[in-house]
Design a binder for this molecule. Structure first.
Ligand code: NAD
Ligand code: DAU
Length: 353
């Protein structure tokens, strides 16, 4: 039995996961934080190079689709808690290849639940399985209204359907095996280290390279944007203070139509790059819509605000400014990602392990 508090974070080399791992490693020197990640195209150990020598941090390269490997690592580290972020996370990729999303997001989650259950069944005191989910499970909103924790599930993409299935499984393990769990459903994140397939980093990259900015459909789709570090802080809070069996919605109180957001991004990029006003906006190109494109997401985050005292710490303008500055200061990171060179980085670092 472990004497120190151990948390396995899955997907800790990804965008949100790496910010969370940093938060936990820095805030809890007495914990052991185990980062379990397969290092898919979206996972990048460079995201963690500032903390990877910390005494309370361990990296395990492992695939949650492999039940035996997951089981072995749970027995080895005896985690008190699991914070589960590992997933295939990009909607467009799910439209191309739904099976990969079922394998990782559904079966991978089942393997983690099984491993946690077989480790602690009957001794749940002080244990917690925390599942990180998305607002996309609720489907789409019309012009008005907000997603609350009781909004019925109505997913529309293979990605959101796979996340909805994993949420249901976590709740089912809670009901059936008394496994203590919490779930959070968060809106769109943005910030440093996001893979340049998602709207904001893709457009930053294209603006730098003076390539077209492909806006899907008419651009009148709405998302609710949250700075990633505020999400990481919310996860830390819910892990420690959330109530077992509860769900909390997390959002930015910050709705934007895509086209309006892209215009603000273009303005800020022109300023940051010293280009003339309107140069980036001239790259905007309307392209074929995403199939099954959800019209509008917006979160009612009043439960986590009222019950746990969380709210975003930065405004969208501040967050976007920090994000742009980070990408411009870390162009090497962006080039490594886009050239695939970060895979060689990993191989040279871990070939002897
Ligand atoms: P990401 O794609 O940046 O990172 C995913 C991480 O999971 C990567 O490090 C990858 O290597 C790892 N991974 C993927 N498949 C794996 C497997 N089979 N085994 C082990 N590791 C694997 O994702 P993200 O944007 O950081 O999202 C993290 C979580 O948060 C996901 O569960 C996602 O559904 C959820 N979420 C994301 C957002 C968002 O806006 N990005 C919003 C709400 C919820
Ligand atoms: O809402 C939470 C979800 O947000 C997370 O669960 C997902 O993991 C995350 O990828 C994100 O999903 P979206 O589909 O909302 O994010 P994306 O950045 O892909 O797209 C944001 C909006 O921008 C969406 O309306 C589609 C549009 N878009 C996206 C891309 C990549 C474009 O118009 N052009 C593009 O090239």
């Amino acid at each position: 039995m472990s004497s120190q508090h151990t948390i396995i974070v899955t997907g800790g080399a990804g965008f949100i996961g790496s910010h969370l791992v940093r938060e936990l490693v820095n805030n809890y020197p007495d914990y052991k934080i185990v980062n379990l990640d397969a290092l898919t195209y979206a996972g990048n150990l460079e995201n963690l190079k500032d903390i990877d020598q910390s005494d309370n941090y361990v990296f395990e390269k492992a695939d949650i689709r492999d039940a035996a490997q997951v089981d072995h690592l749970f027995k080895k580290h005896q985690p008190d808690g699991v914070i589960h972020l590992a997933a295939e996370s990009h909607v467009d990729r799910s439209i191309e290849n739904p099976s990969a999303f079922v394998e990782t997001n559904v079966m991978g989650t089942v393997h983690l639940l099984n491993a946690f259950r077989s480790l602690w069944q009957g001794q749940w005191e002080g244990k917690r399985f925390y599942h990180i989910s998305t607002d996309e499970v609720y489907g789409t909103l019309g012009e008005t209204g907000l997603f609350t924790e009781t909004t019925p599930y109505d997913p529309n993409s293979p990605y959101s359907a796979s996340k909805a299935a994993s949420d249901h499984l976590v709740r089912a393990y809670g009901e059936t095996y008394d496994m203590p769990y919490v779930i959070t459903n968060c809106s769109n994140n943005y910030g440093p280290n996001q893979f340049p397939e998602k709207l904001i980093p893709l457009f930053i990259n294209n603006i730098i390279e003076k390539k077209p900015l492909p806006v899907y459909g008419d651009g009148n789709y709405t998302r609710d944007w949250l700075f990633v570090i505020d999400h990481a802080k919310a996860i830390d809070l819910v892990y420690h203070k959330g109530v077992n069996g509860e769900t909390y919605n997390i959002g930015g109180f910050n709705e934007w139509k895509n086209i309006d957001l892209v215009k603000v991004l273009c303005q800020q990029m022109d300023q940051a790059l010293g280009r003339s006003a309107g140069e980036s906006a001239a790259l905007i190109t309307f392209v074929k819509d995403r199939p099954g494109h959800d019209k509008r997401y917006a979160i009612d985050a009043s439960k986590i605000k009222n019950e746990l005292g969380w709210e975003p710490s930065v405004t969208f303008e501040q967050g976007l400014e920090k994000t742009i500055a980070w990408y411009l200061q870390n162009e090497k990171w962006l080039r490594n990602i886009t050239s695939g060179a970060y895979q060689s980085y990993y191989e040279s670092m871990y070939s002897n392990r």
